[in-house]
Design a protein around this ligand. Structure first.
Ligand SMILES: *[C@@H]1O[C@H](CO)[C@@H](O)[C@H](O)[C@H]1NC(C)=O
Ligand SMILES: *[C@@H]1O[C@H](CO)[C@@H](O)[C@H](O)[C@H]1NC(C)=O
Length: 389
């Protein structure tokens, strides 16, 4: 909408309270135009001026702000419908056209969500011949849980041949101080992949796609595991399992797959967090897919996911969206009970079996980490399960 119209009517449209700008605006304009001493010529001029204010000026502003990006040298801006949010040293694009909830997306590109990490912020370094890359979606404010992850399951040294790496996926925040804190964390740990999308729940799909794209171009690995920061990952057993027991090194997409009975209906209620408009995904049900709390793909599948994402408009339900892409490339999801959706009371020896546990807070992460370590010696007589189930 035109910025000047927004100024006048913004409060009316957004339903927010005073000042009643339309009324003030009409009274002032009316008084200026109808002033007794005005000649009819000056009245015409004033009307022309107002018309200009509401057509030519906004058009000029719009054509300027619709450029993909602009910068004053030190700062870049993200645009939020005409307003500019200033983010120190960061870089972002106008997404309105590609993430608009109702407009069908026909084309988008990775360059639109890339570029969150400039100005000397280090990108994660990836060792050669990586076995497993773990991508953890996280929010800018979750520093405590990231630190716990760094000190627990992500801290285990993978032996040569079992090399794995953990990185966090984070987006932009308009909160200036928080943004600085995230940048500092990037400097300190170098394990964050920051994208140029606003870090919101409905942008999660872009977060995952950005992470996958970064992985496929800058951090090649044999397998990729996508998980969230409220999950425990069994890095003590999983890499070894992948090397010694996994028979599917290609066409692999495995995790907690919703069964036929639990088939997910597409939510059309606009108030719902997982709302997806028909213009983005028309069928009533999603194909079977793995929960975003934890799934593993082989390299070829990740590559195909990225390629296919260019032809399927992203919708804001990240795991279902990845499931739709995987379905398109004719890979059938494999369910594994070693990936859990609900956290129950697990015993120490269960950790010889479990690969991923969901709904875990900092305290529980530390407990589980200790259990995993203990399970190596304590459960000596129990046979190690060598299949996905
Ligand atoms: C997603 O990120 C873009 C780019 O930063 C932003 O303009 C947009 O408002 C975000 N969308 C949602 C639904 O949060
Ligand atoms: C983590 O969850 C457990 C069990 O729900 C709870 O008792 C504990 O207080 C939580 N800890 C934190 C740090 O939130």
């Amino acid at each position: 909408m035109y910025p000047s119209l927004r100024w006048v009517f913004g409060e009316v449209f957004s339903g927010k309270g005073p000042p009643p700008r339309p009324v003030i605006f009409i009274i002032i304009t009316w008084n200026i135009i109808m002033h007794p001493r005005r000649t009819s010529w000056s009245k015409i001029l004033i009307v022309l001026f107002i018309l200009c204010l509401f057509s030519v000026v906004p058009l000029a502003i719009l054509s300027y702000t619709n450029k993909p990006t602009f910068s004053d040298g030190n700062y870049d801006f993200i645009r939020d419908e005409g307003r500019h949010i200033r983010i120190s040293g960061q870089h972002a694009y106008n997404f309105d056209s590609i993430i608009n909830q109702d407009a069908a997306v026909t084309q988008w590109s990775f360059s639109q969500i890339d570029g969150g990490q400039r100005d000397g912020l280090p990108k994660p370094k990836c060792p050669a011949e990586l076995l497993l890359l773990i991508l953890v979606t996280s929010s800018p404010e979750n520093k405590e849980i990231r630190n716990t992850i760094r000190n627990t399951w992500a801290s285990i040294q993978g032996s040569p041949g079992h090399k794995y790496k953990t990185v966090f996926l984070i987006g932009e925040t308009p909160d200036y101080d928080l943004n600085i804190a995230v940048n500092r964390e990037i400097q300190t740990y170098g394990d964050i992949v920051k994208g140029a999308y606003l870090d919101t729940y409905r942008n999660l799909t872009y977060k995952v796609l950005h992470g996958f794209h970064w992985a496929s171009t800058s951090c090649l690995s044999q397998y990729y595991l996508k998980t969230d920061d409220d999950c425990f990952i069994n890095t003590m057993y999983l890499p070894k399992f992948l090397v010694s027991h996994n028979k599917k090194s290609e066409k692999l997409y495995v995790g907690n797959v919703f069964s036929e009975k639990q088939k997910r209906q597409v939510i059309r209620n606009t108030d719902n967090r997982w709302y997806v408009p028909k213009s983005h995904y028309a069928p009533d049900y999603y194909p079977k897919y793995a929960s975003g709390t934890g799934y593993i793909t082989s390299h070829d599948v990740l590559h195909d996911i990225i390629e296919t994402s260019q032809t399927v408009p992203p919708f804001p339900n990240e795991d279902a969206y990845i499931g739709v892409l995987v379905d398109k490339i004719n890979i059938s999801p494999m369910n594994s009970f070693r990936f859990t959706f609900h956290n129950t009371k697990w015993s120490t020896c269960n950790f010889r079996y479990l690969f991923q546990v969901h709904q875990v807070n900092s305290t529980q992460l530390m407990e589980m980490f200790n259990m995993v370590k203990k399970s190596q010696t304590m459960c000596g007589n129990e046979k190690l399960i060598t299949s996905w189930n």
